[in-house]
Design a binder for this molecule. Structure first.
Ligand code: SAM
Length: 257
């Protein structure tokens, strides 16, 4: 049989003198061309997906950062029980039921919410995070969905939602849109948890590796008003400082009927 230009003919170490054709191997130059083409297709696919989602340039950059760092990020933020006290409060308001997690990241909270007994569905805009979360929680449901495009066959099917450290990536001009979308998925009277970083303004910030993420900071009063405007009643609010730099604002909300 004639060898194709991509085949590598190499010596069979066990039978010196015999040439072996390995049709699964490509020459280095072929691999380079192939991986460049693959990367290009991925980039076109990803940018098409992002444009279809109508993300701002800053949201785009945030998504890019999470896509490229999902595995390491999840490893660094895997502290079990980070929101344990908040989960106990959440459970006092919603003892059992179907819950939706928005921005499920690496699946750290999923594991605990499932252990608390909830019927769980996780969603995240980052497909790489969804992969990490699935590996960490075999058998649990995780879907790649942006908060703006949450879509379930029957709307308003969830009894509650969990949104930890995700709405802080939404520009203030779009927060109403995101909250309305969540509201559509949750039954009237349903319970939710939202955590955000305390502060003022909104900006793109870079970490030590120059990975950019966009943050919206709120005062308690400011976000309380945003919630009321969008049909959520605040049933409890808690301030959770974790470092000199970071104080979390935790809102337990009820979806107005
Ligand atoms: C700071 S991480 C928090 C992850 C997880 N909730 C936790 O507390 O560990 C922010 C998460 O929000 C997701 N995210 C950012 N923008 C989003 C959007 N528009 N829709 C859904 N998820 C989004 C990111 O992909 C990432 O998983």
């Amino acid at each position: 049989m004639k060898n194709s230009e991509f085949d590598i003919v190499h010596r069979d170490k066990l039978s010196p003198g015999r040439n072996v054709v390995d049709r699964n191997r490509k020459k280095d130059s072929e691999w380079k061309k192939f991986s460049w083409e693959w990367k290009w297709c991925r980039e076109v696919e990803v940018s098409f997906f992002e444009k279809a989602m109508n993300l701002t340039a800053e949201e785009d950059e945030t998504l890019n950062t999470y896509q490229t760092t999902a595995q390491q990020w999840a490893g660094k933020h895997a502290t079990a029980g980070f929101w344990r006290e908040e989960m106990k409060i959440f459970q006092r308001f919603l003892p059992v039921g179907k819950i939706l997690e928005v921005g499920s990241g690496g699946g750290r909270d999923a594991k605990e919410l499932i252990a608390f007994g909830y019927e769980y569905t996780g969603t995240d805009i980052s497909s790489n995070f969804v992969e990490v979360a699935r590996r960490k929680n075999p058998g649990a449901t995780f879907l790649v969905q942006s908060v703006y495009d949450l879509e379930f066959s029957e709307d308003a099917q969830f009894d509650g939602f969990w949104a930890s450290a995700v709405l802080l990536h939404i520009p203030k001009t779009k927060i109403g849109k995101a909250l309305q979308r969540i509201r559509k998925c949750v039954k009237g009277g349903g319970i939710g948890f939202i955590s955000l970083k305390q502060g003022e303004g909104e900006r793109l910030e870079a970490d030590s590796l120059k990975n950019g993420r966009f943050f919206s900071y709120y005062t308690g009063k400011e976000f309380h008003e945003v919630l009321l405007k969008n049909g959520f009643e605040v049933v409890q609010m808690k301030v959770h400082p974790t470092s000199e730099k970071t104080t979390w604002l935790c809102f337990f909300v009820r979806v107005s009927k």
